[in-house]
Design a protein around this ligand. Sequence first.
Ligand code: PLP
Length: 371
Amino acid sequence: MARHTTITIPDDMLPHDGRFGSGPSRVDSRFVQELGDPGDMYLGTSHRRSGVRDVVRSVQDGLTRMYNLPDGYEVVLGVGGATLFWDAAAFGLISNRSAHFVCGEFSEKFAAVAASAPHLDAPVIISAEYGSAPEPEDCEGVDVAAYIHNETSTGVLAPFARTGDALVVVDGTSAAGAIHIDPVEIDVYYFSPQKALGSEGGLWIAIMSPAAIDRIHELAASKRWIPSSLSLAIALDNSRKNQTYNTPALVTLYLIERQISSMLKTGGIREAARHSERSSRHLYSWAHRSDFAQPFVENERFRSPTVVTLDLTPSVSADAIAAILRDNGIVDIEGYRKLGRNQLRIATFPNIPTSDVEALTACFDYVAERM
Ligand SMILES: *Cc1c(COP(=O)(O)O)cnc(C)c1O
């Protein structure tokens, strides 16, 4: 039951497409239409045959080109998303003890996985207040340093660095495809495809360095019990054959392949990053000018270019604005529930044109004046 009075926004003010969610995020509708073509012979075919394996290979090659991966780096994938990857990492990447740099829901969840694994020592947890991020540091006695590139729950762009011998393992879920990285700084960069890369959920994809691959082989050869569906060694073995251990969603693979290929034709990650920066800059500066909104992340260094969180003054309800916009076809700008703030959260991923973000702020002004 809506408890707000609705305001109708004139059609010519509305964004071209109303999807601004941080994940699942706006999918390029052209790719979805292509999938429906029955002549395609893709959906409904075997993931062990060339039709699907060519798509997997193209995703692997596309990411290799997008990040200009050095020799020896590999693109590994499996079924289950970033959440499953945390469990797989607890079995196959962490030898004894990990350090976790925590600044929100997602980085917290990986820390909780490591803390509950009976075969691992208690992790080192370095946390920052929500809206900020911890500085990288060298932690004694850890063999994995787990960072998050972009904390989707709070809209924080977090720093990471190679500070010691530990493998640098970075959650890139709402950053991959929209924020540049230097792969040399990272041993594992893993993500789900339904955020910055505007595809569907259900897969994890990980860029891995030779050191990470050595660790996977070392733990697979140890006495540790590793369930097959969580085994990174099995995933690696299958990825080398351009397939996954168990059956993936072919729709997800198709959408991410098309997204990556089309990005590579239009300037690659640098152009995508410029796009997200431009869109997010528009939102942050709109908030500065507005008399009812301000960026939640105070330190500009930590402001995400892909997920923008804006606090509203108490007299203007973010939930009411989000509900009114939803009535007008603009969806998923509600703040992250567990933060419990009077907040809007808006994705500025590459699939969302800056002109739509500009239309969105005009809609905010239109609605706020009339509430
Ligand atoms: C959404 C998200 C996850 C979880 O992804 P799933 O595909 O649901 O497993 C992990 N990390 C970050 C940063 C996310 O944004």
